[in-house]
Design a protein around this ligand. Structure first.
Ligand code: COI
Length: 356
């Protein structure tokens, strides 16, 4: 794939942000990658250019029928000052699974990775070096054909933008409070809960707002049929440690196959822990808590990294997990992931992709 490159003039370059106060997702680097798809022609007009607005036809199909998908991955500045991507192929392959489910165009993961590396090379000064900070990478695709009518678009726009970030949650890497909703559902088997499409997130906002009003950071979703089986948090997958057993819900068709979830499974298995992907109900969690067997709960996600859960609310009852403190397993996993991502230790799982 040929990529045309237009660099921002020196006078257009933005001031680099204060790395101690990055927040999440509000700042964007100087450049972006864009390419266009047309049926019959495939992907074309690949370019890296200054970060700028798009011009979209008001009848662009993404705006009406929701063919809009995305990914999230990160670039890290290692302690050797080298920049590395964490499992980029896994994210780009997942994007193709999402695209297939949403009847959108397939990308070539190798070509997109090459384009991403070029973009990162140009904007490498945007990869922060402060502890806990990273460059969040957002590849996305939207349907751009100008037409009304529910069918697959014949035109798409694919783009990658870069955002220097700190922790996703306002709590930083401290335990979050989670609201288990028995009123709303996120996804159902046969639907689109297992792919990263924008509508899943739109559908979650009302429950998240109600949880926030009640003083909680996020929502834990239960299955849509029986309202018993734990699914995920929407912004992260979820893990439990009960009486020594590490449990996460299986990929049953309605939860996202998280790359960090998969990494946490690999690491905990390598440590020889008793790890299971199995159905787990909210009642099992509450019962384990009553029996003093609920040791830890934590979430995993690209944005969320490893997020300990300090409190769970369900049907008028609030329970404190590990006295509201980060548990030893969540801490150990966080440390291990960080050590790999920031190259404090060998890339023993072969997950890191060097920029150059
Ligand atoms: C990610 O973890 O990359 C996501 O896309 C989740 C989103 C809430 C930022």
């Amino acid at each position: 794939m040929e990529i045309s490159i237009t660099k921002a003039a020196a006078s257009e370059l933005k001031e680099k942000p204060d790395e101690s106060d990055l927040g999440f997702g509000n700042l964007f680097s100087d450049h972006m990658f864009v390419m266009t798809y047309s049926a019959g022609r495939g992907w074309h007009d690949a370019e890296i250019k200054p970060y700028q607005n798009f011009s979209l036809n008001p009848s662009a199909m993404a705006l009406h029928y929701g063919q809009a998908i995305f990914e999230g991955l990160k670039a890290y500045r290692g302690r050797d000052n080298k920049i590395r991507l964490f499992r980029p192929q896994a994210n780009l392959e997942r994007m193709n699974v999402t695209a297939a489910r949403m009847c959108m165009a397939q990308i070539d993961p190798d070509e997109v990775l090459t384009a991403l590396k070029k973009l990162l090379d140009i904007d490498q000064d945007w990869v922060p070096s402060a502890k806990g900070s990273t460059l969040y990478i957002r590849p996305a695709m939207i349907a751009t054909e100008a037409a009304l009518g529910v069918r697959p678009s014949t035109e798409y726009l694919f783009f990658i933008i870069l955002s220097p970030v700190g922790a996703y949650y306002p709590e930083g890497f401290n335990p979050v409070k989670i609201f288990v909703t028995d009123k709303y559902v996120r996804a159902v088997k046969g639907g689109v809960g297992h792919v990263k499409t924008a509508g899943n997130y739109a559908a979650s906002i009302m429950a998240a707002m109600e949880a926030k009003e009640a003083g909680y950071t996020q929502v834990l979703w239960l299955d849509a049929c029986e309202h018993r089986y734990i699914e995920e948090v929407g912004t992260m997958n979820i893990f439990f440690k009960i009486n020594g057993e590490v449990i996460t819900p299986p990929l049953n068709g309605s939860i996202l196959p998280g790359v960090t979830r998969d990494s946490a499974l690999t690491i905990t298995k390598a440590w020889g822990l008793d790890v299971k992907e199995r159905p787990i109900t909210i009642d099992e969690v509450l019962k384990a808590n009553e029996n003093n067997e609920l040791e830890e709960i934590f979430g995993t996600g690209t944005a969320a990294v490893i997020s300990p859960v300090g409190e769970l609310y369900y049907k008028g009852q609030s329970i404190s997990i590990n006295n509201g403190q980060t548990g030893p397993l969540a801490q150990r996993l966080f440390d291990e992931l960080e050590a790999v991502q920031y190259a404090h230790q060998d890339d023993r799982y072969n997950w890191m992709e060097k920029l150059n």
